[in-house]
Every structure is written in C-alpha cells, then in structure tokens.
Write a protein that binds this ligand. Structure first.
Ligand code: MF3
Ligand code: CO
Ligand code: CO
Length: 342
C-alpha cells in the first residue's frame, strides 16, 4: 500500500483490508511507514541510532614469536607488490588452501569474541593469538610501509567504518555491526577473509542494518558466482552492483578486491561495481579476493587522520564480506572456508 491511502482514509474509517477494524487500529501505521511497522512487528528499531564512531586508544604492538616467518614488509621494508597476479602453480595453490583455511578459523574465533562491552582491541588479541597458534604471521601487522605501518593484527570496522579500522579501546555495543578482516601469512602465502557481525545477534539489531549485512553477504556470493575461466574481471562487479543498488544501497569504489598469493595485494584489482575497463580474462590458477563494501547511504568515504580508517562520508552504516578464491577449470574454489558462522 502507498502512503496515498493513509491520506485518503480517515483514522476512524474501516480499514481497506476488510478486517472490519478501524483504519487507525489496523493498517494506517504500516501505510505511513512500512519499515517502521515491520520493525515494530519484529520488536526492534527500523533504523540504527545516530551515533558516530570515534577514534579510541590504540594499545601496544603485539609480539609475534621469532620462529614464525614473516613477510618482508614486517622487517620495515617498503611493500613491494610487484606480482602481476598470474596463475599460481599447484604447490602455491596447495599452500594457499592451508592459509585460507587458517584465516577462516581465525575469523571464526574473532567473531565468537564479538559481544556487548568487548573492545575491538580484545577482538584483535583473540585473532592475533589464533593466528600465531596456527603458525602464521598476522599479515596486517606492520603492513603499509614504514611511514605509517598498520599497528594491529586485524582490521575492525564498526558501523560507518567502511574498512581498515584499527582495533582500539572502543567498546562494541549491542546493535552495532562490526567487520573483522583477517589475513594470515602461512608458509609464504596469504589468506584473506572478512565478515560483518551483528553485536548481540539479529535480535539486538535494527532492521536496516540486518538487511544491509544480508545483502552484502549476497553480493559476495553473486560475485563468486561470476568467477569461471574465460569470464572477465568486470563480470564480478557486474553481478554485484545491480543487487546492491536494487536494494537501495551503494557500492564503494575506492576500495577493491585484489590479487593475493605470495604478495598480500597485487594485480588484478577487482572492482565491485560494473567497470567496463576491467577486461582481464580469468584463467585457472589465478588467486584473488572479492570483498564488496556496501553502504546504506553514500558510497563515498572520508579518511581519518590515522591514515587508515575509512568512514562513509554521510555517517551511514556499511558492511563487508570477503573471501580468497582460486579460479578452477570449471569455476572457482573458495579458499577461506572451514571456519564456522561465516
Ligand atoms: N585485509 C585487507 C584487505 O582485504 C587489507 C588490510 S591492510 C591493513 O585487503 F594494513 F589495513 F591491514
Ligand atoms: Co582483501
Ligand atoms: Co581482508
């Protein structure tokens, strides 16, 4: 029903639905604001609270045992990233399967730590310890070059933070959404995966945030579904963008998926929107991520002064899911499965 009806009928008229009840006691509320009526039925708010995330205190750097091999940037060398994202050999892919599975397990452990009152630094601690318990180096730690290395082991991006949030003293609250982005470096290769968690579960969260998170997960699935040999990189974004925008959401353009192998980030870039120039043909053995960032409002971002944290320009919420995958002879394999709850 449209809101026109709400104006056409008087509050005490019989409802249009034939229930025999007065309009004001029946469908009037839903006609005026369907989202609110649905939310009332579900017993949660339709919209998230208007509240901005602020930078907290970043704790000391966590140590990685010296016997765990690290990527070259962890020694303070600039990130090289000169890989062209060519198909990887069977041995590298086999190692990436192990790195991917470990990343998925670390993500599940970090996600299980997400709860009301928990700081994002505590989530980082859980992920850091799970990464090193699995024999891996947490790839974000020290990444990005000597001028402003990422100071923590995972990214934690709360509510309007699009990506690359730095774990700090910020306490998660019921009804928040938080993305935890885990990358591990194991046996010379990286595995990269992330998921957005509802703090306190579905019942604690407003309907818009729940739909945003669900649609973002669907966008990742649609992107994965477009990957097969002979397809082009642009087919991935072409599968994602109409779904997000059809739901009234935005697709972030400034951050993209990426080739990943012995390098954390390399070619090709994987846009999550339809990009005609992304003509590279997918070949068996290519390994890359798909990691759509979907916004409730504008897809444009503002960068915090820390040089990492990217927030939506309008302060509305945003969600993300990520997997690392390998192109196979007839489609692709997702390498970052085997955790739980994602
Ligand atoms: N894991 C992120 C990605 O999906 C990259 C994080 S880089 C960091 O590409 F330095 F912020 F950790
Ligand atoms: Co990534
Ligand atoms: Co990632």
């Amino acid at each position: 029903m449209t809101t026109d009806l709400a104006h056409a009928l008087a509050a005490n008229d019989p409802c249009w639905c034939g229930s025999g009840r007065r309009y004001k006691r029946c469908h009037r509320m839903a006609d005026l604001d369907p989202a609110r009526a649905l939310a009332e039925q579900a017993g949660v708010p339709a919209l998230p609270p208007v509240r901005r995330v602020k930078p907290g205190q970043v704790g000391p750097v966590r140590e990685v045992p010296v016997d765990i091999p690290r990527p070259s940037y962890a020694y303070g060398r600039p990130v090289t990233e000169r890989g062209k994202g060519r198909p990887q050999d069977a041995d590298t892919i086999a190692r990436m399967r192990l790195a991917g599975r470990l990343a998925a397990r670390v993500l599940a452990a970090a996600g299980a730590a997400v709860a009301d009152g928990v700081t994002t630094d505590e989530v980082d601690r859980v992920a850091h310890e799970a990464s090193i318990a699995g024999g891996s180096y947490p790839s974000p730690l020290g990444y990005g070059g000597p001028a402003n290395p990422f100071p923590k082991s995972v990214c934690t991006s709360v509510n309007e933070v699009i990506c690359h949030g730095i774990p700090d003293s910020t306490r998660l609250r019921d009804g928040d959404i938080v993305n935890v982005d885990v990358t591990v470096f194991l046996d010379g290769v990286h595995g990269d995966t992330n998921a957005t968690f509802l703090v306190g579960g579905e019942q604690a969260c407003d309907l818009l945030s729940r739909r945003l998170v669900r649609v973002t997960r669907e966008c990742l699935e649609l992107g994965i579904g477009a990957v097969r040999p002979g397809a082009r990189v642009r087919d991935i974004g072409a599968a994602i963008q109409p779904h997000a925008e059809g739901e009234g959401f935005g697709v972030v353009r400034s951050f993209v998926g990426h080739g990943i192998n012995t390098d954390f980030h390399c070619e090709p870039s994987i846009p999550h929107y339809a990009e005609a120039r992304a003509t590279r043909v997918l070949e068996p053995g290519m390994t890359f991520t798909i990691e759509p960032m979907i916004t409730a409002g504008t897809p444009h971002h503002v960068m915090w002064r820390d040089g990492w944290t990217a927030v939506t320009a309008d302060g509305k919420r945003t969600a993300q899911f990520e997997h690392t995958l390998v192109v196979t002879d007839d489609g692709c394999d997702v390498l970052t499965l085997g955790g739980s709850s994602t």
